[in-house]
Design a protein around this ligand. Structure first.
Ligand code: SF4
Length: 227
């Protein structure tokens, strides 16, 4: 899929979204944020990782996934031959929920227009959701324990341009549950396989380039996978 807009237009729209988020008071999270965390990455990214919400470190830095979860995400990306700069990373809400609680439905709904604008600008091939709350924004009826680690659905008429969903567990969950870490590693390898398949179909984009050295661990029992 070609970008309908040029990278410069994408950059301008992403910057516009970041400005609008910084001025946004559409939900109560605006009252407690230090700053907004609009997201970051390549304007030509063909894969977008969508987390749930900024945490304390992100709220201070104004960048997504900068704490321990971010370090693990960086390592997972490296394990499939990708760098953070080659993908785009954002969250369903742009402001930190107090105490790192989960964002409420009213908050994700209030922030949805900003998320939609970002995804419409980026037009990714793949939206990799991180954790069940991010998955719920795109596929409310899906259960992450059942759908993680494989392409889930391609919704041609959705507002996000028909990108394929690829549900993953949240890195924070893997930090707290050792069995989830190996699951997440396997799921990332599966994501690499999916990207390779589409690279061979002639996409040719840098972020979909084929990588053939991904170590794939044997699949073991799925005990304790639910987040
Ligand atoms: S979370 Fe989103 S909708 Fe709520 S104040 Fe922040 S930018 Fe606005």
């Amino acid at each position: 899929m070609e970008h309908a807009t040029t990278p410069n237009r994408v950059v301008l729209e992403l910057a516009s979204v970041a400005r609008d988020a910084a001025a946004c008071t559409a939900c109560g999270l605006s009252a407690t944020r230090t700053q907004t965390v609009p997201g970051e990455g390549s304007p030509i990214a063909q894969i977008v990782f969508v987390g749930e919400a900024p945490g304390a470190r992100e709220d201070q830095a104004g960048r997504p996934f900068v704490g321990a979860s971010g370090h693990l995400l960086d390592n997972l990306l490296a394990s499939i031959g990708l760098r953070r700069e080659e993908v785009f990373i954002l969250n369903t809400v742009k402001c930190r929920p107090p105490g790192n609680r989960n964002p409420q439905k009213s908050e994700t709904a209030a922030c949805a227009p900003l998320l939609t604008r970002q995804l419409q600008a980026l037009q990714p091939r793949v939206i990799a959701t991180l954790g069940r709350h991010a998955l719920a924004v795109f596929a409310p009826s899906a259960r992450i324990a059942e759908v993680h680690g494989r392409p889930y659905a391609r919704t041609e008429d959705d507002p996000h341009g028909g990108a394929m969903l690829f549900p993953l567990y949240h890195p924070a969950a893997a930090l707290h549950n050792g069995s989830l870490r190996s699951t997440l590693e396997r799921d990332m390898a599966a994501l690499r396989g999916y990207l390779n398949m589409h690279a061979r179909e002639g996409a040719g984009e840098a972020t979909l380039r084929e990588v053939d050295s991904v170590p794939i661990r044997p699949r073991s029992k799925r005990q304790g996978e639910a987040e």
